[in-house]
Design a protein around this ligand. Structure first.
Ligand SMILES: [Zn+2]
Length: 353
């Protein structure tokens, strides 16, 4: 069922693709019937997964209630299930890595009673960030025990989502966006974890706005922005400041207006100019997308042990080319090469913020 959901297939479409009746498929999924070797083969090819995936122990699915989806009402059940099943595969990969490495323990408090801006300030204080720009948000999150994965193409209809699974916070990011959007999405999901996770993540416009405000205040802290002297800043000035903070030009403009550093009139003028320059739809001359440090280091450490992409993929029952989709495309770079074996315990990974 996990494989079917990941491929966004209904029972009927899988029946068509595999030549197996809906009734048999239902019986397989309920565990009332075991597929014959021939059926297994047809199913695996229709679903583009290794047969071992279909035989694997059922894994704990992520629960939709505990997952932050933007505009869930506009999402089809197939899109939602596809995203959830991508998330489940990533938890398998995380489990595999945790058996081999001591990964950072979560340090993600929840502040359900604070305003988003207060929560962002508290978190900055707790994580010792001061009022400075965050050089790399994914590295920061990973050093605080949040596992960050990229979403495979099957699941890219969602922007990003987050959940807490067995005590570990996860954030999943769509890698098709600009670097600035990716950072904002990650900060938005962090907002859900900080503001909403304790009481399960509520779905609705209000919690979305809270997560947006958290992201804005976390990436652009009030005191840090005030120190930049951006009162009624020109478009040029905003364009140079947004690079410093690693945010979209529009996001900074919005933040300045919200902090009353831009008058309504100045805000509209700048927004219009930015829009004409193409900053509403994309981010001309933007920053590179952030990527995972934890996964890169893990793969680097696995290489001298002779662990291959194929072995990791087999351990989580996906095809090797699909593994890359979950890990920001880091696998081939890090894992090509020699196979000499080095015995080791569970080394810790040193992560730099
Ligand atoms: Zn959200």
């Amino acid at each position: 069922m996990l494989a079917r959901k990941r491929r966004r297939m209904t029972l009927a479409s899988l029946a068509r693709a595999s030549g197996i009746s809906v009734r048999s498929l239902t019986a397989f999924e309920n565990g009332h019937k075991t597929p014959s070797p021939e059926s297994l083969f047809s199913l695996a090819s229709a679903l583009r997964v290794p047969e071992s995936f279909l035989n694997a122990e059922p894994i704990d699915d992520l629960q939709p209630d505990a997952v932050s989806f933007r505009a869930p009402s506009k999402m089809s059940a197939l899109d939602r299930d596809a995203a959830l099943s991508c998330g489940s595969v990533a938890t398998l990969l995380n489990g595999w890595l945790e058996e081999r490495f001591r990964l950072p323990r979560p340090d993600v408090p929840t502040f359900p009673h604070l305003t988003p801006e207060e929560a962002a300030e508290q978190l900055r204080a707790r994580w010792g960030l001061g009022e400075a720009p965050i050089p790399n948000l994914i590295h920061l999150l990973e050093s605080r025990g949040v596992r960050v994965f990229s979403l495979p193409s099957d699941c890219r209809d969602v922007d990003a989502f987050s959940t807490v699974h067995k005590g570990t916070p996860y954030i999943f990011l769509n890698t098709q966006k600009s670097g600035e959007r990716g950072r904002f999405d990650a900060a938005h999901e962090l907002g859900h974890l900080i503001l909403h996770a304790e009481h399960r993540i509520p779905h609705g416009i209000e919690s979305e706005q809270e997560a947006q405000r958290f992201a804005s205040s976390f990436l652009m802290p009030r005191a840090g922005i005030l120190a930049q002297v951006l009162v009624n800043a020109s478009t040029d000035r905003i364009l140079s400041a947004k690079r410093k903070w690693g945010v979209a030009a529009m996001a900074l403009t919005y933040r300045l207006h919200e902090m009353n550093l831009l008058t309504d009139w100045a805000y509209r003028t700048v927004a219009k100019q930015l829009s004409q320059m193409g900053y509403r739809r994309s981010e001309p001359g933007g920053i590179n997308r952030e990527s995972s440090q934890l996964l890169a280091k893990a793969f680097e450490a696995l290489r001298p042990q002779g662990v291959t992409v194929k072995e990791i993929a087999e351990a989580i029952d996906v095809f090797p080319d699909e593994l890359n989709d979950y890990v920001f495309g880091l696998v081939p770079v890090a894992l090509e090469g020699g196979r000499e074996f080095v015995a080791s315990g569970r080394p810790g990974l040193r992560l730099l913020k």
